[in-house]
Design a protein around this ligand. Structure first.
Ligand code: ATR
Length: 263
């Protein structure tokens, strides 16, 4: 039951109808016996600043989860950013501290790494080929480097984006061997697909799968379908695979911790 003591959480988006965070967080609150609720906020980009001021002013607000199109602009409105949020320039969660300060950070990359570890796959010391250089790739690339992968090769259809991302990651983490390169997986232990290829039926494969060998782990961030054509092809070639849903499963727990759920 929602009472005067219930702590408020939100998800902000435009459009809003598709968001899933309330269905993930409200059961978590119930499971943990926490008096809190997460509701959707439909906010237009031009009203974001006014909305953030309202958030600062609301004493019983715990924080929000952020999705398209607000991830970049809301980062600029925060009083403090975590390392990932600062490097990436975008956030997907924001906590309101009791003094009204807004603290933001990005958890897509952390969720991916935590999901891998939860399944027994390490990223530290690994040579990783990252397919894609969009928003998700950016978060994952910085986190893989932060966790000390040995090599990070970034491949993308639009190669200039891969080059820009590689340069940004290299400048933040000079010890990591970061470069833009081809989709040839030779010399890599792990391949991560962060492109949107595989979401729609009939999408081409994001790489030449005939080059995969059974010592290579192939990881997806696409959750639906569960078995993307890339994962099917990787399995056929004897590769271990890592499913997209693990990133979200672990990210929810990280977000709950960051948002101080139950604290
Ligand atoms: P997200 O926020 O989910 O990462 P995004 O930022 O739009 O979404 O990034 C989508 C990624 O999938 C990009 O790497 C994109 O490549 P481009 O940068 O060249 O656009 C990649 N992608 C999307 N459609 C593709 C296609 N048909 N072939 C190859 N790559 C594609």
């Amino acid at each position: 039951m929602i009472t005067g003591k219930t702590k408020l959480y939100g998800i902000i988006a435009d459009p809003i109808g598709h968001v899933r965070a309330p269905m993930l967080f409200n059961p978590l609150f119930a499971e943990r016996g926490v008096d809190a609720v997460m509701v959707p906020f439909h906010v237009k980009p031009e009203k974001l600043k006014a909305w953030a001021d309202g958030l600062r002013a609301t004493e019983n607000f715990g924080g929000i989860v952020i999705t398209v199109p607000h991830k970049l602009e809301i980062a600029k409105l925060c009083d403090e950013l975590g390392t990932a949020g600062r490097l990436i320039g975008a956030i997907n969660a924001l906590r309101r501290d009791p003094d009204g300060r807004l603290i933001g950070d990005m958890f897509d990359g952390k969720g991916f790494v935590a999901g891998m570890r939860h399944q027994g796959f390490e990223v530290t010391g690994k040579r990783i080929l990252l397919l894609g250089a969009g928003g998700a790739a950016r978060a994952i690339a910085f986190e893989l480097a932060a966790e000390g992968c040995e090599r990070l090769t970034i491949q993308n259809r639009t190669m200039v984006k891969a080059e820009e991302l590689a340069a940004a990651v290299k400048s933040a983490y000079p010890k990591v061997d970061v470069r833009a390169g081809s989709d040839d997986p030779a010399g890599h232990d792990t391949i991560v697909n962060s492109t949107s290829l595989g979401l729609k039926p009939g999408d081409p494969l994001p790489m030449d799968v005939s080059r995969l060998t059974p010592d290579m782990l192939v990881a997806e961030i696409i959750m639906d379908p569960v078995e993307t054509p890339l994962l099917q092809a990787a399995k056929q070639r004897g590769c271990p695979v890592h499913y997209g849903r693990h990133m979200l499963d672990q990210q929810i727990l990280l977000l709950a911790d960051f948002l101080r759920v139950g604290k």
